[in-house]
Design a protein around this ligand. Sequence first.
Ligand SMILES: Nc1nc2[nH]cc(C(=O)O)c2c(=O)[nH]1
Ligand code: SF4
Ligand SMILES: [Mg+2]
Length: 198
Amino acid sequence: MELITYPFVETFAGIQGEGTFMGMGATFIRLAGCNLRCAWCDTTHSFDVDRARRLTVNELLQECSLTQPLVVITGGEPTLYNLQPLVTAIHKLDKRVAIETNGTNPIPAEWDIDWVTASPKPGSNYAINCRPNELKYVVDDRLSVTDIAADRVPPGHVYLQIESCRPESARKAYKMVVEYPELKLRVGIQLHKILGVE
Ligand SMILES: Nc1nc2[nH]cc(C(=O)O)c2c(=O)[nH]1
Ligand code: SF4
Ligand SMILES: [Mg+2]
């Protein structure tokens, strides 16, 4: 049987900079390739699948030092690949697995991912085709409150993330939280960018 390989971009130990687990020590695994092209994407270096090294689960785990309690699989769009073998291997090392997805693809329950962060994007008309634990919307000029699917996650699990630290985005996120209290939104930041780390 042919072993599954993943297009590998980078790994680093740091802190989860976004969402519910913000500030927690995390090992990041970034895979290449994305089915969208967002105007303000901050990981365009993950787009080129052809240039990425293809690693088996074992090779990937050798590459990463899984020192942190949480492992965040991100991209790009990591759901383009069957993540089940990778998640199973990480669980055997007694680590929890979170994923960062744009929400366009279903995530099979068999993958057994512990925490799904979906960040619906304008390029997919804010599609959510998985079952997220939390939602993260980048507040750009286009985002409207009608795009926000607060009913898809438990109350208080929708983050309005400020786009590229822009003051207009921060003001818009603030206003949305205050004007729509019934949606139980939260302003979200990217702590790693404020701290100047990866
Ligand atoms: N520190 C840190 N936290 C993150 N949370 C989600 C990230 C991502 O790029 O998906 C990310 C990232 O790139 N760095
Ligand atoms: S979905 Fe994420 S990785 Fe893909 S283009 Fe948009 S911001 Fe970049
Ligand atoms: Mg990032």
